[in-house]
Design a protein around this ligand. Structure first.
Ligand code: XUL
Ligand code: CO
Length: 435
């Protein structure tokens, strides 16, 4: 059965088309810098926003019109798999991501939950085999159920730790069954509400303990997805331990997880942390830890995680600059951790929103490629840091100087000449590549 009867496979038609169900910029097979757009972008769709989000907010009840609700939770879950693969196929998206609770009802016990997951993921596997669509990453939702009120691995209650470990084990079994390329840990409530009653060291040690158990189990079952930590500063916790990329890297290094863990970075999480998305990507690149991205954007006037579909070409260009500098994002991808606005409640909005996001990233890719071909940032930076390529700068970089030798140099070179960055001119030149 088709859930989107009136929507055909979305094709690239170019900017002149007036067909809303067509790509105007994303042309999957078009070659950009020696690779197809599809290979560069590795788009993924998030099950939670696309299949389970109902449009409710703290002030209003569900509004989304969806035609896959069945008589029982399991029937709905099965219908969702059908509808989800229809969306993926019609959009030509080759990857997807999900939490355990997105795909299967929790039932009355952990045992029942696991049975439901097995049944639904069998169905998902059939669909994957039929279509060639792949699992970018899965994860365990260890924040929604009331048992996670004080976190999962960081909970004060060891039974909650054990329950979390069981969910992660199941998540890795499913990852193996579906050939998952990455496995994500987003610590929704791995943080604290109040320091007054929190043993921060024990909580962080325990999170690392769970991560090490995950690495060990992956080795045992001979399935090694790239493990990813997804930083976010707050919400739902008032303070989350994986605050931002730099904090997550300190954690990864402190516990010796560098060989197994990289980062999954999200646009709106970056802005909540007081950073730009490209800042977070650049930090990750400095550590060789840019694993995957959750593509979305926040609202400039709202201080919470609005998870909007990315429609800002300036932003996606700077993201794609980082991804190109990284040599690509594989085995990660660009997962639309994005949800339609409450007022976009129609079924077809799921298509229109993804088309908007994919087109915006395609434009970002094309602009970033043009910037790279023009050596725009290379020339800028070569010129700006030229003082480190010759003379005293080259010697500093080579480790040939010390405080005494530099004092002698500074005393003899007291009149320092600084040059203007002409930053407004640079920004205006950047705009030439965008439109
Ligand atoms: C929450 C968020 C999550 C993670 C996966 O803000 O981004 O959906 O991506 O748990
Ligand atoms: Co996310």
């Amino acid at each position: 059965m088709a859930y989107f009867e009136n929507i055909n496979k979305v094709q690239y038609e170019g900017v002149k088309t007036d067909n809303p169900f067509a790509f105007r910029h994303y042309n999957p097979e078009e070659i950009v810098l020696g690779k197809t757009m599809k290979e560069h972008l590795r788009f993924g769709i998030a099950y939670w926003h696309t299949m389970t989000q109902d449009g409710s907010d703290p002030f209003g009840s569900p509004v989304n019109i969806r035609n896959w609700c069945g008589e029982t939770p399991m029937e709905t879950a099965k219908n969702r798999v059908e509808a989800f693969f229809e969306i993926l196929e019609k959009l030509g998206v080759e990857y997807f991501c999900f939490h355990d609770v997105d795909v299967a009802p929790e039932g009355d016990s952990l045992e029942e939950f696991f049975q439901n997951i097995d049944e639904i993921t069998d169905l998902i596997k059939e669909k994957m085999d039929q279509t060639g669509i792949k699992l970018l990453w899965n994860t365990a939702n260890m924040f929604s159920n009331p048992r996670f009120v004080n976190g999962a691995a960081s909970s004060n209650n060891a039974d909650v730790f054990a329950h979390s470990a069981a969910q992660v084990k199941k998540g890795l079994d499913i990852s193996k069954k579906l050939g998952g390329e990455n496995y994500v840990f987003w610590g929704g409530r791995e943080g604290y509400e109040s320091l007054l009653n929190t043993d921060m060291k024990l909580e962080q040690d325990n999170i690392a303990r769970l991560f090490k158990m995950a690495i060990a189990y992956g080795e045992k079952i001979n399935h090694k997805p790239q493990f990813l930590i997804e930083p976010k500063p707050k919400e739902p916790s008032s303070h989350q331990y994986d605050y931002d990329a730099a904090t997550a890297m300190a954690f990864i290094q402190k516990y010796g997880l560098e060989g197994d863990f990289k980062l999954n970075l999200e646009g709106n999480h970056a802005t909540l942390a007081g950073h730009t998305f490209e800042h977070e990507l650049a930090v990750a690149r400095c550590y060789d830890a840019l694993g995957s991205i959750d593509a979305n954007q926040g609202h400039p006037l709202l201080g919470w995680d609005t998870d909007e579909f990315p429609t800002n070409v300036h932003d996606t260009t700077l993201v794609m600059v980082e991804l190109l500098e990284n040599g690509g994002i594989a085995p990660g991808g660009i997962n639309f951790d994005s949800k339609v606005r409450r007022s976009s409640f129609a079924m077809e909005d799921l298509f229109l929103a993804h088309i908007a996001g994919m087109d915006t990233y395609a434009r970002g890719l094309k602009a970033a490629a043009a910037l790279k071909e023009a050596r725009f940032f290379d020339e800028l930076k070569e010129k700006r840091y030229a003082s480190y390529t010759t003379g005293i700068g080259a010697k500093i970089v080579a480790g040939e100087e010390d405080l005494e030798s530099l004092t002698t140099y500074a005393l003899a070179n007291d009149e320092i000449k600084m040059e203007s960055d002409h930053l407004e001119f640079v920004k205006s030149r950047l705009n030439d590549f965008l439109f």
